[in-house]
Design a protein around this ligand. Structure first.
Ligand SMILES: Nc1ncnc2c1ncn2[C@@H]1O[C@H](COP(=O)(O)OP(=O)(O)OP(=O)(O)O)[C@@H](O)[C@H]1O
Length: 625
């Protein structure tokens, strides 16, 4: 190719780069940040200064909420309580220690908020969805009741009056204003950083599919509690500045549920899980709130406005303003350009390049022992015995099959092995250690990786993010590592190459076909470098060419020492691949043997295979005279 030809597309590429949502967003954000910094110099109107200061408080609240709600998917209506806690921390301390500079109490308020969030995090660990929302509302009311009744500390309903600011009246609001700008900047920096780390990836995995997240090694309690704490530290600090700014605080004002509602609304309108969405939302809602208060009669008008807006957002802007603008710009930018739809799946790379991530074992060194021993495994669903005293083993280095009629309990066995469902009784010994009672993420760290019968990828993540979301072990250091870069991303790309899906790395997982999702899910669990790979119907619902490729990959992985346990209904696939094979019927192992033995077993033929798979007995050869 000559130089002119190669240079030709550059201007177009550059112009499309500058019109991309990312660059437009950056330019708008830079402009907004500059305006925010210069605002007190530009205007000295107290009404608007108050409005902007309150918007900043709500922006910090909504941006903090973004961590637990936007990333982790836990909607909290208790966020306002942390503003109140911040306000009360500075209120109580500033009135008790009048000689100390009140600004010193601002970071202390952050610590108090974090400690309370830690406790709330522990309490609400077992709740999800609506019950979590109810707990957070209950928490808000509880804190308000404490503030009302702990009179010796909070002065009850009479409230607390803080010391008046001592600085020049000319710049009376500036210190509050800039303190809030700094807190907002820190909050945004933290949100930006979290989104890039393994920790943030884990939170999004939890939002998308918590059960699946646990099976790829994400330690749910640690992630959720850390998220809770991260979502409140700066909010507590902003609450303290807010309290100091008000100079008078009382339980009704500081712990009003309307503060929480306004924070949630700001987040929803601006856009969950975006960096700037909560800020945009807060700067839209707070002025509306002020207008409703001052020009439209306040009180009920405010409630009407908030309620109405909430309904409109849920119906017309379910993802919020910024994501809607982003997808509009993206659609315009990519209109008419071919995507990856219909792109052929790659032929796959060799495992030899994966030695960095996937441990390769010399097959001659594999000991002759069971890697997995299941004994007396039992699970009832009400009166139904889905798994009934089930026992079998998986020899190390084997590709073991688990077959049986529909409803015979195969998937339930997988769920019990990975603790997706807790077993009633029975023992599971994996790699010489008892697994009973161990949570799913610890089983993943121990070397158990599984795919699901209906693939469960994290739809809103890209293909590459799906693979790097995996946490092979637990360490705080690992949580802080940047996810989509360095060694992690390189290993994920190699695994995607192996399954033939590297070209799709930036595609959102929900846009993939079913077969493509199966391949990505395989790459995802290989990222765990599991000792035992549990595959639930790997050949289900995919085309014959892909079935063949799936078989080849399993064989190749097995030749490098990976052990497999495979549930599958495609008999030619199972019989050509697996040895030994366990047959389940009514939740029990009814037969175990080589493919040949299974095909000859009359009980298996009657219960499952049917006559099509009856192996004809070898005919006696005629004697040659
Ligand atoms: N969470 C649940 N609650 C109630 N019953 C369940 C649950 N999970 C499974 N079952 C029941 O347990 C039995 C075994 O189901 P399971 O999905 O393990 O069978 P399977 O062998 O994997 O079937 P298939 O081959 O059709 O996937 C079925 O009767 C099913 O309806």
């Amino acid at each position: 190719m000559n130089a002119a030809a190669s240079a030709a597309p550059a201007p177009a590429a550059a112009s499309s780069r500058w019109t991309s949502p990312l660059w437009i967003g950056r330019a708008v954000a830079a402009l907004g940040a500059a305006l925010l910094l210069l605002y007190p110099v530009l205007s000295d109107d107290a009404y608007y200064q108050n409005m902007v200061i309150l918007s900043l408080v709500f922006a910090v609240g909504a941006s903090g909420l973004n961590v637990i709600t936007g990333f982790a998917g836990y909607v909290s209506l208790g966020q306002g309580a942390f503003i109140g806690l911040g306000g009360y921390t500075i209120g109580v301390l500033a009135t008790r220690f009048p000689d100390t500079n009140p600004w010193l109490w601002v970071p202390v308020a952050g610590v108090v908020a974090a400690l309370v969030a830690l406790v709330l995090g522990f309490v609400s660990l077992r709740s999800r969805g609506p019950s979590f929302v109810i707990i957070t509302v209950a928490f808000l009311f509880l804190v308000q009741v404490v503030a009302v009744n702990w009179v010796s500390l909070t002065n009850g309903t009479a409230g607390l009056t803080l010391p008046l600011p001592t600085w020049d009246r000319e710049i009376i609001n500036w210190p509050f204003y800039y303190a809030l700008v700094v807190i907002l900047a820190l909050q945004l920096l933290m949100t930006w950083w979290i989104r890039r780390t393994k920790f943030g990836m884990g939170l999004i995995a939890i939002r998308e599919d918590e059960t699946k997240a646990a099976t790829i090694g994400i330690a749910l309690p640690t992630e959720k509690i850390l998220a809770f704490v991260a979502s409140t530290v700066f909010v507590g600090m902003a609450g303290a500045v807010y309290g100091y700014y008000l100079t008078f605080i009382d339980p009704r004002g500081m712990f009003s549920i309307l503060i929480s509602v306004q924070i949630v609304l700001s987040l929803l309108i601006g856009g969950k899980a975006t960096l700037w969405g909560p800020v945009v939302g807060a700067f839209l809602i707070e002025p509306l709130n002020e207008i409703a208060n001052n020009n439209l009669g306040g009180g009920n008008t405010r409630l009407f406005l908030f309620g109405g807006l909430l309904v409109l957002v849920v119906i017309f802007l379910p993802r919020g303003l910024l994501p809607a603008i982003e997808s509009f710009l993206e659609r315009r930018r990519t209109r008419g350009k071919a995507g990856l739809v219909g792109q052929r799946i790659g032929t796959g790379g060799s495992l030899a390049s994966l030695t960095d991530r996937v441990q390769v074992v010399d097959r001659s060194q594999i000991p002759d022992r069971p890697l997995l021993e299941v004994t007396g495994l039992t699970k009832h669903f009400g009166g139904l015995k889905a798994v009934d005293d089930c026992s079998f083993t998986v020899p190390e280095g084997s590709i073991t099959g688990l077959i049986g009629p529909n409803g015979s309990g195969k998937t339930t066995v997988f769920n019990l092995l990975t603790d997706t469902i807790r077993a009633d009784s029975g023992t599971i010994v994996f790699d010489g250690k008892r697994l009973d009672g161990t949570p799913p993420w610890k089983r993943a760290h121990a070397g158990l990786g599984r795919t699901f019968q209906i693939t469960r990828l994290f739809g809103e993540m890209t293909v590459l993010e799906n693979v790097v979301a995996v946490q092979r072990s637990f360490s705080v250091g690992q949580l802080g590592r940047i996810a989509v870069s360095g060694k992690e991303a390189a290993a994920a790309e190699e695994l995607l190459e192996f399954v033939g899906m590297r070209a799709f790395r930036d595609q959102r997982a929900h846009a993939l076909s079913y077969g493509q999702q199966k391949l990505v899910e395989l790459a995802q669990i290989l990222m765990l470098d599991p000792k035992l790979v549990l595959l639930d119907e790997p050949a289900g619902g995919i085309n014959p060419v892909l079935i063949e490729r799936m078989g080849e990959m399993i064989r190749e992985l097995n030749s490098y020492g990976k052990t497999f346990l495979i549930v599958e209904h495609n008999m030619p696939f199972v019989l050509g691949l697996c040895d030994p094979i366990n047959v389940l019927a009514r939740g029990r192992t009814m037969a175990t043997g080589t493919p040949d033995e299974i095909q000859r077993d009359p009980a298996v033929i009657d219960a499952y295979l049917g006559d099509d798979f009856r192996v004809e007995p070898a005919k006696p050869r005629k004697a040659v005279s």
